[in-house]
Design a protein around this ligand. Structure first.
Ligand code: AHM
Ligand code: MG
Length: 314
């Protein structure tokens, strides 16, 4: 495995003054070009299934190993949990950094979806990596997040990170010395006021009637942008305003997306950017998980559109 390259030009790190959070996103930024470079030869199935019963691609496994190695090596990370791993990895975490507890606080738990939307690997469409930094071991609610972010492998590799201070977007590129250069392109990312796009997952006949009725209204108002990778679809909502959903389905009332690795980090980011996120009843961040691989319906975006959705499902 290729070791992660060092970040040579950070332009400041997300995570405010928290060194553990900053180190996590340094590691994520440093590994992003390695993940991207490794994808061409890893578009095939690995022959295994993950804890959610989905077939795992070679790219999923590679990203999981690379990120797992980099994140568990960080002082202050106590456990590492991945969509691709059945159980949490004990990362030691000798130096703490729990919210408000200073350097002697409890170690953090980092949860990742190493390659979100990896079914797009075959068709060469956008994918991402999702990261949540919790200040307590999982399972935990999204209220225990201290920071969250994602990498988007689009035509450009970008990283969006949210913490108490707000949301920022960086472009990540290899520099000439084999390191990684990070350029902040927006240090206060906010959802636009006038929504433009929507993207809803699942098959229409599988949607509950109340959601179908809501979707019909939205179709008349916004432009459809659905790419099959939550990170890419949510990034469009953050850029243009709008709403993304992977709804409860008739055949799967809990929907498809995982609370700890996907819904919570995305909800945290979108709420910090001025939007809202719900499972249809509650704020996503208040959903109490039973296990780390729990699924949850996710409706996220511009506040007014999410409020209308909640009213429609009521
Ligand atoms: P993954 O993390 O295993 O790739 O699955 C999650 C992805 C999301 O990125 C996306 O929103 C959804 O699955 C797409 O599902 P579908 O193929 O049903 O549209
Ligand atoms: Mg995913």
């Amino acid at each position: 495995m290729v070791p992660p390259t060092p970040v040579t030009d950070g332009g400041g790190s997300p995570g405010g003054d928290d060194p553990v959070v900053a180190a996590v996103f340094d590691a994520v930024a440093a590994t992003a070009p390695e993940v991207r470079a490794a994808l061409p030869g890893r578009r095939v199935e690995s022959g295994t299934e993950n804890a959610s019963g989905e077939s795992v691609l070679a790219g999923d496994l590679y990203a999981d190993e690379l990120l797992g190695d980099a994140i568990t090596a960080i002082d202050g990370v106590g456990s590492f949990v991945s969509e691709e791993r059945e159980t949490a990895v004990d990362a030691g975490g000798s130096v703490g950094g729990g919210a408000g507890e200073g350097a002697d606080g409890p170690p953090y738990a980092v949860a990742i979806d190493p390659l979100d939307g990896s079914s797009n690997l075959r068709s060469n469409n956008a994918m991402g990596t999702v990261v949540g930094v919790y200040d307590t071991p999982l399972p935990a609610t999204g209220r225990d997040l201290v920071a969250a972010g994602y990498v988007l492998y689009g035509p450009i590799t970008t990283m969006v990170v949210a913490d108490e201070a707000g949301v920022r977007e960086e472009v990540i590129e290899r520099d000439g010395d084999g390191g990684v250069e990070r350029s902040v392109v927006d240090d206060d990312l906010r959802l636009p006021n006038d929504p433009l796009v929507y993207g809803f997952g699942g098959r229409v006949p599988d949607w509950p009637d109340a959601f179908t009725a809501y979707a019909r209204e939205i179709e008349d108002e916004l432009k459809l942008r659905y790419g099959g990778a939550m990170v890419g679809d949510v990034n469009q909502v953050l850029t243009y305003g709008g709403v993304f959903a992977y709804p409860a389905l008739e055949s799967a009332p809990e929907g498809k997306l995982r609370l700890s690795f996907e819904a919570n980090p995305i909800a945290y980011i979108v709420e910090r950017a001025g939007g809202a996120a719900t499972d249809g009843e509650r704020d996503i961040l208040d959903v109490e998980p039973e296990g780390v691989h729990d699924r949850v319906p996710l409706y996220v975006g511009t506040e007014e559109l999410v409020e209308r959705l909640k009213a429609a499902l009521d």
